[in-house]
Design a protein around this ligand. Structure first.
Ligand code: GN1
Ligand code: MG
Length: 345
């Protein structure tokens, strides 16, 4: 299969090696090394992204805008294949190839607050340099992706359709979710507030979606499939979800889950350093809420998937999504515990 794809880009399969790359849950990603340039090859998960062409169009729109308005920004566009396309449909899969930025590094775990600062700065900068772009031109690549009210309704549906065994096992987790519905109410309040605008939002701000240079400075953001109109709380919140704890959503020893307050400060300083003049006074008070919003939503998404027999995220072992959900619940508990202190950092 790789042979076929690579030759459609004019690459000699005899002179390339292809290795699995990264830890994304949705798309398949490979590093392609050749005797000249190196690349990242990606197969788009078209069960999740129903229209890969919509992503491709978004990338073209953003590239065109930035090449005019901000030509020095490192925007990584897909490579054009011999047939002139930047998205290939082969054997019922959709593929794109990106140039690999030589010398760049991506991180899978975050150990230094300076790296959190750099990442937050890059995600802030991304929304900032696209502030003048008409957000309504973007295709919505996953409808209702961060619509917490809908996610909550889907969670209710998942509870109703669950097997007796999984439902029984999830009782405490379900109760926790139900007891914290005020987080959904606040989301509704944001939705109803016309002073809070839709912006160009990345929607997947985990640390591995930042490229760093060899001096540990942020270069740019990658993985633009979920770039869509959204609220700033999505990007800030997903940074809090994935940067504040030293252990990831995969950790099953929940005693290791703690909030690194200095990392919160790094996210705030990095993001607001770029976005302070862009965000309205109506948005800023929701900065701390952003963490609750995304951690709660991710707990709901993992728990719903467990209740629906792991149809979305898949499971490497029996209770995988159950554990992921409870990891996120523990993270939210820890966050709520120190929430009041965050304002003074
Ligand atoms: C998925 O595929 P990946 O790892 O970039 C998911 C995110 C979740 C994340 C949890 C399209 O992202 O929303 O936060 O898993 N992406 C999609 O690990 O559902
Ligand atoms: Mg992603």
């Amino acid at each position: 299969m790789f042979q076929n794809i690579l030759s459609l880009y004019g690459l000699d399969p005899q002179k390339t090696t292809v290795l699995q790359f990264g830890d994304g849950l949705i798309n398949h990603t490979w590093k392609v090394n050749t005797d000249k340039e190196n690349y990242i090859l990606q197969k788009v998960n078209s069960d999740v992204f129903k229209s890969p062409a919509a992503i491709d169009q978004n990338l073209t729109l953003l590239r065109n805008y930035l090449s005019k308005e901000n030509p020095e920004y490192l925007f990584i566009s897909p490579v054009i294949a011999i047939n002139g396309e930047s998205l290939l449909h082969i054997e019922n899969g959709y593929y794109r190839l990106f140039p690999f930025v030589e010398g760049s590094v991506s991180l899978n775990t975050l150990t230094k607050k300076e790296e959190a600062y750099e990442a937050a700065k890059q995600f802030g900068k991304f929304s900032k340099i696209l502030d003048g772009f008409n957000v309504n031109e973007l295709n919505i690549t996953i409808p209702n992706f961060h619509n917490l009210a809908l996610r909550f309704d889907q969670f209710k549906t998942a509870c109703n359709g669950a097997s007796a065994a999984r439902l029984e096992k999830s009782q405490d987790s379900i109760k926790f979710i139900n007891d914290h519905q005020d987080i959904v109410d606040t989301y509704q309040e944001i939705l109803n507030n016309s002073a809070i605008p839709l912006r160009v939002i990345h929607h997947d701000t985990k640390i591995s979606n930042i490229l760093f240079d060899d001096q540990n400075k942020g270069l740019c953001v990658i993985d633009l499939d979920t770039v869509m109109p959204g609220y700033f709380i999505s990007d800030v919140g997903d940074m809090m979800r994935t940067y504040l704890s030293a252990v990831s959503e995969e950790e099953t020893d929940f005693s290791k889950i703690h909030i690194r307050k200095d990392f919160y400060k790094a996210i705030f300083d990095g993001y607001m350093g770029e976005m302070n003049d862009v965000l309205s006074e109506a948005e800023k008070p929701y900065f701390i809420y952003a963490g609750k919003f995304i951690i709660y939503m991710q707990a709901i998404r993992f728990l719903s998937d467990y209740l629906q027999n792991d149809i979305y995220y898949g499971a490497k072992y029996e209770d995988h999504n159950f554990n992921r959900a409870n990891n996120q619940i523990e993270l939210l508990k820890q966050y709520l515990k120190i929430e009041a202190e965050l304002i003074n950092l």
